[in-house]
Design a protein around this ligand. Structure first.
Ligand code: KIV
Ligand code: ZN
Length: 522
């Protein structure tokens, strides 16, 4: 594999592994499967589905994603331990294109303090782990954790050992987000030039964003010969996060004049992926975030607006459509019929069963009565909410809130619990507080609220609200989402969605977001 032969940059998405390691970003199996589906639709080359040995939940995720995904390579992380690698191989068995990703730290600090291993023993562990992984799969990635603080001569020895043992991808991570572009690029150049067999592997970048340089460092590494970039949707990940996939993909696409490389990423899927990850994790995307922030394509000043109206290129270096953002064109209204609604769902990529379709259509009509213009974003929020909550044991049947300007409120809530309607009226310090209190009184347990977040799906005071609620109970951490044209109802639906997840987790007694047996790594 000579680096000059190819200009294709593989995109390795680690939203489901490194991304999920963001504190509070727990995702259920169903949510991970949904994200994996979108990643595949985006034509991501490699999906890192989890860390199979970390917990039974992680194992199950890697296995189920391996069963579901057909076009992308599916990967599991494993430490340099035979048991880890066996577990990864087991979980990856159903995958059409499996990859084992094994790693060990190579910096003096990590080897001495964390691993308590001599450098020679680390080289031996690299040899054993990579050769063991090659017994199961042909596609083995090896990572030098904390590469940017590793002695360069030792890094070359470690890479040489990994390639000789059969590693086909060599990843040199900036684990602690310490590197700067020139230095990171120089490290790649040095290793590629000094390791005799470097042309037998693809070199990969993996950057954390502690200094806000993750994307810049990744692109510098590409310039120096890296042909795989590891990244996450919205840049979620440990601490300040990982390099953001949407930024890497759009930078490469927009500046092809100076970066003669391409990715396979279907960039029109970017907004869908961003919204899904934000909703599932409860991590809001900041308004001024590049590519996917609410203001990324908004023009406030008169001069800019005038320029854009005359020619969008005056202030836009890429089009909103290229990242999957419609220019909020009116799509439907309350007079749109069943047929038009079915066509719209098809266009948005939904295939609903009969019951789900009827329910969504009912809600669409109700929304049309209250909201003049209905956009794609409205329909996506409504259908996602309906599909996610339809099977739940507990459902919100009705909710009325009464508020007064002195801050007091009470909420009259009816829930269906196991098919039976139960109703109560409870006071609170505001409408949302009252609704949550009523729900707690009805379900009979009192989860701890860790996060409550609301965002408007579209512009305008009649916009639907999309809420995320994070609850903790008995060591389990879950996120629930809900959407509705009434903000308090959206909040209640999100709360109840989270409660349903808690109940499932407790019934299964599956370990929550906690990692019982393994210390996860960034
Ligand atoms: O940041 C890091 O070093 C990692 C490795 C496990 C690749 O996530
Ligand atoms: Zn990492």
């Amino acid at each position: 594999m000579s680096h000059s032969q190819t200009d294709h940059i593989k995109i390795f998405d680690t939203t489901l592994r490194d991304g999920e390691q963001s504190p509070g970003a727990s995702m259920t199996l169903d949510e991970k499967l949904k994200i994996a589906e979108v990643l595949e639709a985006m034509k991501v080359d490699v999906i890192e589905a989890g860390f199979a040995i970390a917990s039974n939940g992680d194992f199950e995720c890697v296995k189920k994603i391996s069963e579901q995904v057909k076009d992308s390579t599916v990967c599991s992380l494993a430490r340099a331990a035979l048991g880890d690698i066996d577990r990864a191989a087991e979980a990856l068995k159903p995958a059409r294109s499996p990859r084992i990703h094994t790693f060990i730290a190579t910096s003096p600090l990590h080897m001495k303090v964390k691993l308590q291993m001599e450098p020679a023993a680390v080289l031996e562990a690299i040899h054993h782990s990579v050769s063991h992984a090659r017994r199961f799969v042909d596609d083995v990635e090896w990572s030098a954790e904390d590469a940017t603080r590793t002695d360069l001569d030792f890094l070359c020895k470690a890479v040489d050992t990994a390639i000789k043992a059969g590693a086909t991808t060599i990843n040199l991570p900036d684990t602690v987000g310490y590197g700067v572009p020139e230095e990171y690029a120089a490290m790649f150049k040095h290793v590629i030039e000094n390791v005799v067999n470097s042309d037998k592997a693809i070199f990969s970048t993996h950057c954390h964003n502690d200094l806000g340089l993750a994307v810049a460092n990744s692109l510098a590494a590409v310039n120096a010969g890296a042909r795989q970039v590891e990244c996450t949707i919205n840049g979620i990940g440990e601490r300040a996060g990982n390099a953001a996939m949407e930024e890497i993909a759009m930078a490469i696409k927009t500046r092809s004049d100076i970066m003669p490389v391409t990715t396979k990423i279907e960039t029109t899927e970017i907004m869908r992926a961003s919204r899904l990850v934000s909703t599932v994790t409860g991590f809001a995307v900041q308004n001024n975030k590049a590519i996917v922030g609410a203001n990324a394509f908004a023009h406030e000043s008169g001069i800019h607006q005038d320029g854009v109206l005359k020619n969008a290129e005056t202030y836009e270096i890429m089009t909103p459509e290229s990242v999957g953002l419609s220019r909020s064109v009116l799509v439907m209204g309350k007079h749109s019929g069943r047929h038009a609604f079915a066509d719209k769902l098809k266009e948005l990529g939904y295939e609903l069963g009969d019951n789900a379709f009827q329910e969504c259509f009912k809600r669409f009509k109700a929304l049309g009565d209250r909201k003049k213009n209905i956009y794609d974003e409205d329909i996506i929020a409504l259908v996602d909410d309906e599909v996610a909550t339809a099977e739940n044991k507990i459902q919100v049947m009705s909710l009325n809130t009464y508020t007064s300007s002195d801050g007091r409120a009470f909420s009259d809530v009816t829930l269906s619990i196991d098919g039976k309607d139960r109703k109560t009226v409870v006071y609170g310090a505001g409408p949302v507080d009252a609704a949550f209190n009523a729900i707690k009184a009805l379900i009979g347990f009192y989860p701890h609220l860790q996060l409550f977040q609301v965002h408007a799906v579209t512009a305008g005071t009649d916009a639907q609200a999309e809420c995320t609620v994070r609850l903790e109970d008995d060591g389990y951490l879950v996120n629930g989402q809900g959407a509705h044209e009434d903000t308090v109802t959206a909040a209640a639906r999100a709360y109840v969605a989270a409660v349903n997840k808690l109940i499932v987790k407790k019934e299964k007694r599956a370990p929550g977001h906690r990692v019982d047996s393994v210390q996860k790594t960034g």
